[in-house]
Design a protein. Structure first.
Length: 93
């Protein structure tokens, strides 16, 4: 038996679903997922705005995150066994 075949006893237990019902199900799922994606993008935009606000506040306080990031990159390239470029901003914060 291959992965696509179903045992015969299970095939008769499965209700027959019409093509129109299947199409409706998938269209509904896509509609819901598209709305979820829109909401997630809104959340990402809010988070980005908040991060920019904090970066600006730090800059106003004399903290140069760009210089710190460059320094962290130099340290990371000098120590290749440690973390790479991923997570460097998080380490600064």
């Amino acid at each position: 038996m291959t992965g696509k075949e179903q045992p015969k006893e299970h095939a008769k237990d499965q209700p027959k679903v019409s093509k129109d019902e299947q199409v409706g199900f998938h269209k509904g799922a896509l509609s819901t997922l598209a709305k979820e994606r829109e909401e997630m993008l809104k959340i990402v935009q809010v988070v980005e705005q908040l991060m920019q606000m904090h970066i600006k506040a730090l800059k106003d306080l004399g903290i140069d995150l760009e210089a710190q990031a460059k320094e962290a990159m130099k340290k990371a390239s000098a120590n290749p066994g440690k973390k790479g470029k991923d997570g460097q901003l998080d380490e600064l914060l």
